[in-house]
Design a protein around this ligand. Sequence first.
Ligand code: NDP
Length: 451
Amino acid sequence: MTNGASDEFNLFVIGAGSGGVRAARVAAAHGARVAIAEEYRVGGTCVIRGCVPKKLLVYGAHFAEDLNDAAMFGWDIQQCRFDWPVLRDHVLAEVDRLEGLYRQTLESNKVTLFEERAVLGGPNLVRLESGREVRAGKVLIATGARPHMPAIAGIEHAMSSNEVFTMERLPERVVIAGGGYIANEFAGIFHQFGSKVTIVNRSDQLLRGYDEQVRDRLLQISLAKGIQFRFNATFEGIEQVDGGALRLTMSGCDDIEADAVLFATGRMPNSAGLGLEALGVKLGERGAILVDEQSRTSVNSVFAIGDVTDRVQLTPVAIREGQAFADREYGGIDAQVDYRAIPSAVFSHPPLAGVGLTESEARNTLGTVKVFTSDFRPMKNVLAGRNERSLYKLVVDAASDEVVGVHMIGPDAPELLQVAAIAVKARLKKSDFDSTVALHPSMAEELVLMR
Ligand code: NDP
């Protein structure tokens, strides 16, 4: 506990991840007496073992390609050797620094921090692991989600995204289960670091929800790089064999031998053991806490935001939900989260990103749809002799000329898409894109040159 001694708070937040910390500090800034409990590390999945360290690994991995391409740009790189522990430890140190900043934020906003597990003992009562009981006007559950690990024999030999950041050494051969965000991001990372990567997915669809053409482009590029895929395949068991290698018994494909297995088969809401059922807080599928549009659960004084509600499992959405909750309940502001046109990205190699309707969603929901694509080789790739092509795509409602979706794969696609998302959110028309002068030479100019 960092400050405050009273057992009475206006708000008690369970879970100091991105959403919980935002709600706590904003509520405190509005004048509420706020406490927050965290059983692991302040900052939550995104900061401690998710988006942030992952993005740093993506940067680290990209050097493999850049150093390779450098020769065509005149650079003579004598020796290229990658040292995993050096990158790992620098990333972990950066995570420590960020955790410190999160702690400072709580402290400077006078939020009382309990570094222990907290569960609900009543509609206005929180029970801490130490036995202490704390009363609160409202309780906000922001406990996030955890990796789903299937109940197969030998699962203890597999890693989840929780462990991948602290691996002792890089595996020579790594198998990744799943075909979603984490699988594709870590396939790129491991591949660039020199591991032989095999993705095993239960269906033949990667990254469901993203535009099909863009997903297909990632698959083609990944195959060309040498990443292997086993589709319509599942794991039956994992066994350690002599010398430390793992034998993976499969159904739907041949058995595989590997040095490491990473499971990336989705994340489950962290709602178990919080005393929710006893209190009558209604849970939905996969244990998600059911909430209304004000993030209120079926118990009046209990609210929930972020991954534990399984609405949209993205950090910026949890932050928005935390901000809106605090503004509404403690700031007298009629704040709502707008779930329309949420941009998202996969930091694969190359990255892809999208906002709004995919082509097939648009065709299913709108009258007539126009699709514009630009399929090009970035000039940097041309000089480097790299065949990788980018694909940008605009989905337009033919009746209104409104751009209802933007989808991209290629270098820096997430950086460009964030800006394109403003256009989709603002319901700009294709004619607005067309009338914007191109910024030459750039990749982004393709967005305004599609005819
Ligand atoms: P995803 O939901 O992205 O992908 C899960 C993958 O595992 C899918 O291919 C899915 O197949 C498959 N799968 C699901 N359940 C099972 C099962 N029981 N057995 C076998 N395969 C299964 O999950 P991730 O774990 O990759 O990531 C979790 C979440 O974290 C993401 O949904 C995302 O919201 C967030 N995240 C966001 C990132 C970003 O913004 N860049 C980065 C990393 C994570 P199917 O398609 O058939 O369902």
